[in-house]
Design a binder for this molecule. Sequence first.
Ligand code: AMP
Length: 421
Amino acid sequence: MNQPIFRAPRGTFDLVPPRGEAMLAVRDAMAAPLRASGYGYVETPSFEETRLFARGVGESTDIVTKEMYSFTTRGGDDVTLRPEGTAPVLRAVLENGLHRGALPVKLWYSGSYYRYERPQKGRYRHFSQVGAEILGTEDPASDAELIVLAVDAYRSLGLSGVRVLLNSLGSSESRPAYRAALQEYLRTLDLDEETRRRVELNPLRVLDDKRPEIQKALAQAPVITDYLSSGDREHHETVRSLLADAAVDFIDDPRLVRGLDYYTRTLFEFVHDGLGAQSAVGGGGRYDGLSELLGGPRLPGVGWALGADRTLLAMQAEGLPLPGRVGVDVFAVPLGDDAARRAFGLVTALRRAGVAADVATGGRGLKGSMKAADRSGARYAVVIGSRDLEQGVAQVKDLGSGEQEPVALDRLVEHLRVLLA
Ligand code: AMP
């Protein structure tokens, strides 16, 4: 008996055409505003020393306590498949001394991330993000710039339903007083044991508890905005007014927190209503203390990560067509062996001339080959029969109108280039 076929691991999926192209197009659209704004491309390994994330993301976060793919290598090293991009990129900046050059350093990246989560729609164990970071400046214009670039990326994909949630978590000037006030309030509530522990360890994380009864109890909780120092408030106000100048709508959300501990001051999330429970299509914030946590010098920074998988789901929820093109402009249909050889050379010449072209293979007949031409999405089929060959021509058929004309083989590349221009 045959064994059952292998399947992708739980919480993961394959991208096959045309979804594969759609994902590429989404990532390209996210990267385009960054590439046009002076960001350099950085690539780090998909796994890092486990301690980097424990330190960088936060020991008490869900990511570190429950969701990491961690293992010990044959050599005895403790490593983890990256659950997020900021800590690795900052590690790379420090290791490569980029912070000793001109500041700020602006970087972007794109890749796979891994979290051992309970799989559901929009929440996977392997997912794809495009990220951006600006390091070495506290300028609120950098925070605003990143938010604008993300909004422009979503817009360029045709999305109209992405909302920007904005908050400031304050710096070390403001946070301790707020933390204490929040803790004091939370201690008055009737909470389960685990949540009570969280109140003592990391009270801000309780704000992120999605359970309705907790959310209800949190309605009366003190909000960070009332505790911001004048410096933090000014920073936040500047971000807000720069966003308004750039015609970016945002929603002030003083209860917004995120699942990573390193944020200071600006915090933001991009949400979409078409996704059900997993509504965040991207998010980020400022992390002025992260470098020091990782053993580096003071190096303030701000960044975001946009989720490509969920962005694609959001596009589908809005009824947008799948982005990205599969297919070619020209499809050659040779009839017979001699024609096949000629078609191979012709298609090679077209491709080298920058025309997307494909050719029917395996000696299929006219009918099967024309079907393949239609499936290819081509605008023109180039049919080469044996009589055509004798006359040194091919039939160029417009697959839209059905019109057909003979064109000399040695003029074909130029002819098609003009038609497609
Ligand atoms: P985070 O670092 O958790 O804020 O993630 C940034 C973005 O990545 C989120 O807004 C999501 O769009 C996406 N993302 C995070 N975790 C997952 C996941 N498990 N599956 C799919 N997308 C995710």
